[in-house]
Design a binder for this molecule. Structure first.
Ligand SMILES: [Zn+2]
Ligand SMILES: [Zn+2]
Length: 244
């Protein structure tokens, strides 16, 4: 065993892994981040969804169709798909990853996202994966871009190159927690720019973010990419806020 392995084993004895949902100690540690009880409460997005934004419907109709929001204002992205509903245990896991710099939780989440088969996404159609960029000020504060970690796992799995330099966030925005859809849209307007238009011209792109809340951020990214000449932008996120 190498030094990293020994240190890892030691740290598990000193700081035994705890369930991210309820803080129960996990035995034995095998890369799980939730206890069985919390695992049961994690909701995968399933059933019929909006063809574009991927939201679920309260009455579970038999087929996918457009939701009211997408009928009213068509988003710039072609489709947005997420794995989990953003609640309970998943919310806490993403919080630990993003705000508590728990990179090992991030790696488990990234592995999971990389291995997840998004059923209506044909990865062969896409030329690039681009993570939603952080402003340089935020990146320095946090030390890493959570979306890039997720993007790399997907890129590796599907053999698509990840380019985090093509899209830049040049406008610093305060955290959007608590803002409504309209405020978020206004807040994020004009926040992004494409650094190399030639490289993305005519290309189909997968955009990665950790959470889809109102869609304002990914939609602004998609708008910026399309205006710079991209052909199509599809969005994948780990979790999605569902309104019902
Ligand atoms: Zn638990
Ligand atoms: Zn929709």
């Amino acid at each position: 065993m190498n030094l990293a392995g020994i240190l890892n084993d030691l740290s598990e004895i000193i700081f035994p892994p705890q369930c991210l949902g309820c803080a129960e100690i996990l035995h034995p540690f095998n890369g799980q981040i939730f206890c069985p009880d919390c695992l049961e409460q994690i909701h995968f997005i399933s059933g019929s969804i909006c063809n574009i934004c991927g939201t679920t419907f309260p009455d579970s109709p038999s087929q996918n169709h457009l939701c009211g929001d997408c009928q009213e204002t068509k988003p710039y992205f072609s489709c947005a798909r997420a794995i989990f509903s953003y609640d309970d245990a998943i919310l806490n896991a993403i919080y630990q990853f993003k705000y508590k710099s728990n990179i090992s939780v991030g790696e488990i989440l990234a592995d999971f996202m990389g291995g997840f088969s998004f059923p209506d996404i044909d990865f062969a159609d896409y030329s690039f994966i681009i993570p939603v960029p952080l402003h340089i000020k935020r990146l320095r504060e946090r030390g890493f871009n959570q979306s890039l970690i997720l993007a790399r796992a997907i890129g590796e799995k599907h053999q698509i190159s990840v380019d985090f330099s093509l899209l830049k966030r040049h406008k610093f925005t305060l955290t959007q927690t608590g803002s409504n859809k309209k405020e978020r849209k206004q807040n994020i307007k004009g926040a992004f720019e494409v650094t190399d238009k030639k490289k993305i011209a005519g290309k189909s792109i997968i955009l990665i973010d950790d959470v889809y809340t109102t869609g304002a951020t990914v939609n602004e990214c998609a708008k910026t990419l399309l205006k710079a000449g991209a052909q199509k932008v599809s969005v994948l996120t780990l979790a999605r806020v569902l309104t019902h």
